[in-house]
Design a protein around this ligand. Structure first.
Ligand SMILES: [Zn+2]
Ligand SMILES: [Zn+2]
Length: 763
């Protein structure tokens, strides 16, 4: 006698980034393959499904949900519970559930997938050369979403009605475009257009081909992309690159390049296997890599830089443009020097008129301005790169917090600002917002905060902010009503951010080096050795403070910092520096430093790098913050000598360890006077700072009885310093943590503030 075949039914909950990434059709197909009955739906927590059938098939179904998700999904958890079998047959995709608080995650924008690319270049395909082709595995997400649940009416595609063919794809559970919210074709979707320099429509047969013709004649083209406008020209066109630089008022900052494909990227820069993976990855960041000698790039692209920033096309429009051009293009953000990148159509024409000769635009609105992300490989340290700017392709993926947070908002710092909303164990760090001193940036900060609060259903009970009373982010935080405000010291936030993203709570030692951060004693901190955990810290040591003669002017004019350090070390000014600064001005600034008037004290490591850059004769005035340090690192990287580290003694002061750079500065001055090359001086300086850092951290760790060391802060965007210091700490038996998913610069501050606030409230 045979038993009726046993049936098992399970109810499965899947959480993570599982909406808008083709998860339901994936489940539908999986159930079909395994011969299971049931349903799948999206609700406010993610994906919910029930599956019923032979027990072994049900087991395999649950396993494969976790191990074999669709490409864009990030499955955090699959939990299954038994349910009573109903004997029903067939598997359906059910209506979205509503109600409750959405926790479904909006995914980042991802590069065009291979299947879509094949169609894009297939003359027989109905989307041949269609600049907005996409599917559930690729295309726009974050930049077009206006609200949740992530459905077409709540995206900037709402104004386009799908044609019958597109609708059939959208409705077909087995189709690659099932519920692909931005699904479109040449008949029903967005289309490109070419405008002249005044923003007037031009009649163009194929706007892309005509745009390329103009580029070949040396034109500067504004291109509307995914998260904003770029300014483009041929990368090897001397005249065009020079014109673009002059019109953009961007004196030295390198332009990013977009290469048609990996082979072209290899011709521009030297790439490791790790860097190639970053280039072709679906996030498609700009990868900063070593320029290849003889790379065919105009002088005006990245003057004086040993590196180039390169990316590959990430939208179909870019793929077509680059394929037609057949050569790399400059693709720099569409803005005037320090303003935010343009993304609204009228605004872009307004602001880029006079810079661009032509505009290549389209009619799919951009909801959220999102810059290109920028990464830099960490050489031998680890495969994961250092994030320099976290934006398109990475945002708004959530980052875990090691402590549960109430609904909170963290407002970040001021330069390179980003904010963060959090609740429970999740934090969502915003796209790169930029310098908040700029009015336009501040308004996009306010809009961004509102947007994130809606998307992730965070109604803040707590607002975390920097201690700097003049930061606009601090003022914004303190203006919010009916919330509890928590101030977090800048460098503590850096330390906490790195700990928290690695799931650590501390205690740890942190060497936190940057340009500027408001200290608890009211001075400008920036060369800090902290001991702390997420909730609190103490200052275990710091670089000896010197005056910053003229305050912010000392940031723009590194020779002023050289002057301050020379005074501190009781050294006369070298003739080269006097020549660069002008003897009279130099004496005035020295007087200012001595008197202390308009000369706040700073322990900033960034400013010490500036001073040494000026003393080496590399740069006495900068065009962007940190330029002297960037050039000092570049010089050191060219050094092939084995010079000893300069002395940078670490001693016990009244209030902790003191890193005393007076001897360092004296050694620099002596070497330069003796005719040493800037490369050799720069290298010995890097070695000296790394050694002193390791020594100070080892002592602080020993006293505190901890083994964990964090290296973070904007100065650690310097790969050479990071490698030297990390290696030295490793030799001393200490465990080193480096920022990974977030930048070491102020782009990571908001998340650190969130971690600190959560830890304080939990404790
Ligand atoms: Zn695709
Ligand atoms: Zn269509």
């Amino acid at each position: 006698m045979s038993e009726p075949a046993a049936r098992r039914r399970v109810r499965v909950r899947v959480t993570g980034t599982v909406q808008g990434v083709g998860f339901r059709p994936h489940v539908f197909r999986l159930a079909g393959q395994l011969g299971l009955a049931g349903y799948v739906l999206n609700d406010e927590r993610g994906v919910l499904c029930e599956a019923e059938g032979p027990p072994s098939a049900v087991t395999s179904f649950v396993e494969r949900l976790a191990t074999d998700p669709p490409p864009l999904a990030v499955v955090e958890k699959v939990s299954a519970e038994e349910a009573a079998a109903t004997g029903a047959s067939g598997f359906v995709i059910a209506e979205s559930g509503h109600g409750g608080e959405p926790l479904a995650l909006v995914s980042p924008d991802y590069a065009t997938c291979d299947a879509c690319l094949a169609e894009l270049f297939d003359p027989g395909d109905r989307r041949h050369r269609y600049a907005f082709i996409n599917c559930t595995d690729c295309g726009p997400r974050f930049t077009i979403v206006r609200g949740v649940p992530y459905d077409r009416p709540l995206t900037t595609m709402a104004g386009f009605t799908m044609c019958a063919l597109c609708q059939a794809e959208y409705d077909g559970p087995a189709d690659r475009r099932f519920h692909a919210q931005p699904n479109a074709c040449p008949v029903c979707g967005p289309s490109p257009a070419l405008l002249d320099g005044e923003g007037r429509a031009m009649s163009a047969g194929d706007p892309l081909r005509e745009a390329v013709d103009a580029l070949e004649r040396g034109a500067v083209l504004a291109v509307k992309g995914l998260g904003g406008y770029h300014l483009a020209c041929l990368a090897d066109h001397e005249n065009a690159a020079r014109t673009l630089r002059a019109r953009k008022h961007r004196e030295d900052k390198p332009f990013a390049l977009m290469a048609p494909d990996l082979a072209w990227a290899r011709a521009l820069v030297e790439l490791t296997a790790w860097e190639e993976e970053l280039l072709i990855g679906r996030q498609r960041p700009i990868v900063i890599a070593r320029r290849r000698p003889g790379a065919l790039v105009a002088d005006g692209v990245a003057p004086g830089s040993p590196d180039l920033g390169v990316m590959l096309p990430y939208t179909p429009l870019h793929h077509l443009l680059l394929a037609d051009a057949g050569t790399p293009l400059v693709m720099t953000s569409g803005n005037l020097s320090d303003e935010p990148i343009a993304y609204g159509d009228d605004d872009a024409v307004q602001r880029l008129r006079g810079i661009a000769d032509l505009f290549l635009v389209h009619d799919r609105p951009i909801q959220t301005r999102t810059d290109d992300s920028v990464v830099r490989s960490l050489g031998s340290l680890r495969p994961e790169p250092l994030m320099l700017r976290r934006s398109r392709g990475y945002v708004p993926a959530s980052i875990r917090l090691p402590v549960e947070a109430p609904a909170l908002l963290a407002c970040g710092a001021e330069l390179k600002s980003a904010f963060c909303v959090a609740r429970g164990e999740r934090a969502w760090v915003s796209h790169h917002i930029g310098d908040l001193k700029n009015w336009e940036t501040l308004s996009s900060f306010r809009e961004g905060v509102e947007h994130f609060e809606r998307l992730f259903a965070v109604r803040p009970e707590v607002v975390a902010h920097d201690l700097h009373p003049e930061y606009l982010s601090t003022k914004y935080a303190l203006e919010r009503e009916c919330v509890r405000a928590i101030g977090v010291q800048h460098h503590h936030a850096h330390l906490a951010a790195c700990l928290a993203e690695h799931g650590e709570c501390g205690p740890a030692v942190g060497a936190i080096y940057d340009g500027t951060g408001y200290g608890e004693d009211g001075t400008v901190w920036g060369g800090e050795v902290l001991v702390g955990d997420l909730a609190g810290f103490r200052r275990a040591g710091a670089l000896a403070a010197v005056p910053m003669p003229g305050g912010d002017r000392a940031v723009a004019e590194p020779w002023r910092m050289a002057c301050a350090w020379l005074l501190e070390a009781e050294l006369p000014a070298p003739p080269e520096l006097l020549r660069a600064a002008g003897t009279e001005r130099f004496q005035k600034v020295a007087e200012l430093a001595r008197s202390g008037v308009a000369s706040p004290l700073t322990s900033s490591m960034g400013r010490l790098f500036d001073a040494v850059g000026a003393l080496c004769g590399l740069r006495s005035v900068v065009n962007y913050e940190g330029q002297a340090a960037v050039e000092l690192e570049a010089a050191a990287s060219r050094d092939r000598g084995s010079g000893d580290p300069y002395p940078l003694p670490v001693s016990e002061g009244g209030e902790g360890l003191v890193l005393d750079a007076r001897e360092t500065v004296a050694a620099v001055v002596a070497d330069v006077a003796a005719g040493a090359a800037a490369e050799a001086v720069a290298m010995r300086f890097h070695r000296g700072v790394a050694l002193a850092t390791a020594e100070a951290c080892e002592r602080a760790a020993g006293e505190a009885g901890v083994n964990l060391v964090v290296l973070s802060g904007g100065v650690f965007q310097n790969r050479l310093l990071l490698e030297l210091a990390a290696a030295d700490l490793g030799r001393r038996g200490l465990t080193v943590l480096l920022p990974e998913r977030l930048p070491p610069n102020d782009g990571g501050i908001a998340y650190g503030q969130a971690a600190v606030a959560a830890a304080r409230l939990a404790g």
